[in-house]
Design a protein around this ligand. Structure first.
Ligand SMILES: [Zn+2]
Length: 360
């Protein structure tokens, strides 16, 4: 049903009209001069349509004499045009439909934007925050993670002291205050905890053939710490929990959530890119400090020989991943590009290593 004006074609007077299309017919109700309703009934075949785009008005004219017509606002006409035959329709969507389309499109856009924000922007943003996370907070987090693991780690304080001397001798540590621990655990493993903690297991040291492999492990783990790899994956994995704190830059809130969920770190593994970064940058660092970087390759060969029964956190990827050979090749390329003369074997490193390995 639509409202319009009716003109009888004989006089200039206009009448309020209600138009109601039905099958083959157009029913029209107008008011006569005395306000009484009058019913008209047009055959649709007698009607021609004319649209005035400027005035946004539609004229339906009945060709039978005397030529009479109805004029409607466009919006009124669009509300009934679907009930009319094709030749009496305009190629314009009704406002209502247009609104539904617009609403649908906007909703889709918002849903898409939310999905994009949640899965792409939030983790990206979280990682950016992780990179700029204050070092003192990273240290607090790391300390809490380390303390929660300490009873399982069975730390040997004497050997940790020796291991620390070994690490300090490498000259990697500039401002990170890295603490190195010797764990009397048999798993062939070493790992880094945010804030500058490196744990090397007895199982890994005992499987090594020489001190260069230990230098390689420490270089690799040091790069994980330097580039905040574990902090970054922790932030990424918790980004949805962290969302509000991230938005408001509430660092204490972030720290609290991270500490509550720090056991997540045990199940997270580094990305392939991070492991490659730790290998390559670690090897470059060794060369830069004048050490033979082949220790890292030797270490991988050692790990490869242990692959069938290896089950550890940090080196799980490294040791079980089929592209270990590829990574060794990458490292070979780095070394062959380094023309720098290497230091003579460090006797101190060698003796500390032997001490760590044999004195059980
Ligand atoms: Zn690693």
């Amino acid at each position: 049903m639509a409202k319009g004006k009716y003109f009888d074609g004989l006089t200039s007077s206009e009448h309020e009209a209600t138009i109601n299309p039905s099958l083959q017919r157009l029913g029209i109700i107008i008011s006569d001069p005395y306000g009484r309703p009058k019913f008209l009934d047009w055959d649709l075949e007698d009607i021609e349509i004319e649209y005035n785009e400027f005035a946004k008005r539609v004229k339906l004219e009945n060709k039978t004499e005397p030529r009479k017509r109805i004029e409607l606002e466009l919006s009124e006409f669009l509300s009934i045009q679907d009930q009319l035959p094709k030749n009496l329709r305009l190629g314009i969507r009704s406002n209502g439909l247009r609104k539904i389309w617009l609403f649908g499109a906007i909703s889709l856009f918002i849903i898409g934007f939310l999905i994009f924000s949640y899965f792409v922007m939030l983790p990206y943003f979280a990682e950016k925050v992780a990179i700029n996370f204050p070092q003192s907070y990273e240290r607090k987090l790391g300390l809490s993670v380390f303390e929660s693991m300490e009873s399982d780690l069975d730390i040997d304080s004497t050997k940790s002291h020796d291991l620390q001397l070994f690490f300090n001798g490498l000259g990697y540590d500039e401002s990170k205050n890295v603490q190195v621990f010797y764990s009397k655990t048999n798993d062939i493993n070493a790992f880094a905890i945010p804030g500058g903690f490196i744990v090397v297991n007895e199982g890994l040291i005992n499987s090594m053939n020489n001190y260069k492999e230990l230098q390689g492990v420490l270089a690799h783990e040091f790069i994980h710490i330097k580039h905040r790899h574990s902090l970054r994956i922790l932030f990424r994995s918790l980004s949805s929990y962290l969302a509000i704190s991230l938005v408001f830059g509430d660092i204490n809130g972030i720290l609290a959530i991270l500490i509550q969920n720090s056991n997540e770190l045990r199940s997270l593994s580094y990305s392939r890119t991070m492991e490659t970064e730790a290998d390559i940058n670690g090897a470059e660092l060794m060369v830069e400090k004048g050490f033979d970087p082949h220790g890292m390759i030797e270490l991988m060969e050692t790990l490869k020989s242990h692959t069938p029964n290896i089950e550890n956190e940090v080196f799980k990827y490294l040791a079980t991943h089929p592209d270990l050979d590829l990574r060794i090749n990458n490292l070979e390329k780095v070394y062959s590009n380094q023309a720098k003369t290497l230091n003579a074997d460090s006797l101190i490193s060698k003796s500390i290593f032997l001490n760590l390995k044999n004195d059980r």
